[in-house]
Write a protein that binds this ligand. Structure first.
Ligand code: FAD
Length: 465
């Protein structure tokens, strides 16, 4: 039985928060993106939040939680959107906000504590060495590097560098185990996959080493097209243009850009499908000539924007990835979204088929990425939500048409991912968290080894408060 009072006594002198309203706030993430998760997780809260100020303090917290059998859910900035950072059975939220230092900037890599905010890391690496991170989520300005590695997948930069799962995009991780005497492990190479994208279920990342690339002056560009498939084809074409240095490349269908991008609305006429992108200043003239041949219209380019616009407009990456959905939810709280892969080489044909099938019930949003060395696209289409049954049906129809779904309406690792046990992560959990205290309920293979993924049924964690 978890003994919260004994834990508090052991942690006296550390930063602890047990005010129920604040604890609840720190027990939430962006789970409410999904009407399904909203229904299931709305009530979830921890018993307390602990904020260590050093790795040594963090290890003391882990020891004490282990001693008193208190579950621990690690929290970066809480911007995950599948309830990853939510403590399903209560216990302690381990808040990494104060482990946020950049430790070292080298040629080609940065070492930072796991709670460092990615935007702030880039400010430091740009300032001191003219380098920047290869990849960041669209939550760049708020999310932590540890949360990105444990809970995210890729995003801005993926058109050039692929995703976090690609070897080389994370150099090294330092991980603390959940045992009576926690170990501090260094992971490199394929070992990184033991804990990356494991939602903190099998270790706490305390320090990361990430590769850097030459910093660029990125220009935000929005190009308009009358027909969505023309926008998608143009994005595919420039994504494949080897000499063009891009950092972000999205195609978003009418009416989403005009309806949802409120601060850019004056640039985006109704009826326009857009390609929103970030291009290196040195590639801008080449891009402009390609736009000239495409039949598209340059609607916005930050190199020509007024000072007032530059100050007031969000960067293009905050129109992309899950920010498209966030902007949509602000305009119409009844919508939700999907996460789809349109596999190469038929990606555009599959996009067209899905668009034809669903029309305005599922308006398209494509994110072009390098995936296994090929340029293809993920989809984060908006869904005009009616019922959970219809949402399930829409996802099933995608899968039946060769478009795998990464289910954004499930809180477990497996259902949100490959719908099968990750033996590497499971084996590492047995080793590093033998009592199952880290983020309980998120790894089905640990909670219910007999769960049959083939039935398509939803896993319901029995320990859910
Ligand atoms: P949290 O939400 O706090 O945590 C995420 C998961 O990691 C949780 O399971 C948590 O327990 C675990 N965790 C956190 N820190 C550690 C640690 N140090 N050690 C072990 N486990 C840990 N994701 C993308 O991949 N790409 C995107 O472009 C993207 N865009 C987004 C846009 C919006 C508007 C929103 C709401 C979300 C988006 N996301 C995206 C999801 C999310 O923002 C990112 O994955 C983000 O990097 C998570 O960082 P965080 O610090 O908020 O982590």
């Amino acid at each position: 039985m978890a003994d919260i009072e004994a834990l508090k006594a052991d942690l006296a002198g550390m930063k602890i928060e047990d005010n129920p309203a604040i604890v609840k706030q720190k027990s939430r993430d962006f789970f409410w993106y999904s009407p399904v998760l909203k229904r299931q997780l709305e009530h979830v809260t921890a018993d307390l939040v602990v904020t260590p100020s050093s790795e040594a303090e963090l290890i003391e917290v882990m020891k004490a939680c282990h001693r008193h059998k208190v579950p621990v859910t690690t929290r970066g900035a809480g911007t995950g959107n599948y309830g990853q950072a939510m403590p399903l059975t209560g216990g302690a939220v381990l808040n990494l906000a104060e482990l946020n230092r950049v430790v070292e900037v080298k040629r080609g890599a940065v070492v930072a504590e796991a709670g460092a905010i990615m935007y702030e890391m880039d400010e430091q690496t740009r300032g001191s060495s003219g380098q920047e991170l290869r990849l960041h989520p669209s939550t760049y300005r708020t999310a932590t590097i540890g949360g990105f590695i444990a809970g995210g997948s890729g995003g801005v930069g993926s058109i050039r560098w692929g995703g976090l799962r690609d070897l080389g995009n994370i150099v090294r991780l330092k991980v603390v185990t959940m045992e009576a005497e926690p170990r501090v492990l260094e992971m490199t190479g394929e070992d990184i996959h033991k804990v990356s994208h494991a939602y903190g279920t099998n270790g706490v990342i305390t320090e990361v080493e990430m590769p850097l690339t030459l910093a660029q002056d990125w220009v935000d560009v929005i190009v308009g097209f009358d027909a969505f498939m023309d926008a998608a084809r143009f994005a595919d074409q420039i994504g494949n243009a080897d000499g063009l240095l891009l950092k972000e490349l999205a195609a978003i269908a009418d009416p989403l850009p005009h309806d949802y991008f409120l601060r850019h609305k004056k640039f985006i006429p109704s009826g326009q499908n857009v390609v929103a992108l970030m291009v290196a200043e040195s590639s801008l003239l080449a891009l402009k000539s390609m736009i000239g041949r495409s039949g598209g219209t340059m609607l916005y380019s930050s190199d020509e924007a007024s000072d007032a616009d530059l100050k007031s407009l969000p960067p293009v990456y905050e129109l992309a990835w899950n920010h498209t959905t966030l902007r949509g939810l602000r305009v119409d709280p009844t919508i939700t979204y999907l996460q789809v892969l349109y596999p190469y080489p038929d990606h555009l044909a599959r996009v067209e088929t899905m668009n034809r099938m669903f029309g305005d019930e599922v308006p398209a949003h494509l994110e072009f990425v390098r995936f296994d060395g090929k340029i293809t696209c993920f989809g984060l289409p908006i869904v005009r939500f009616t019922t959970e049954d219809r949402l399930e049906e829409i996802m099933r129809l995608h899968e039946e048409n060769g478009c795998p779904i990464f289910n954004a309406h499930r809180y477990t690792l497996e259902e949100g991912g490959m719908k099968q046990t990750d033996e590497v992560q499971l084996a590492f959990k047995r080793d590093a968290d033998p009592d199952g205290l880290l983020n309980p309920g998120k790894m089905i293979a640990w909670e219910d080894p007999d769960f049959d993924f083939r039935t398509g049924g939803t896993f319901l964690f029995p320990g859910l408060q």
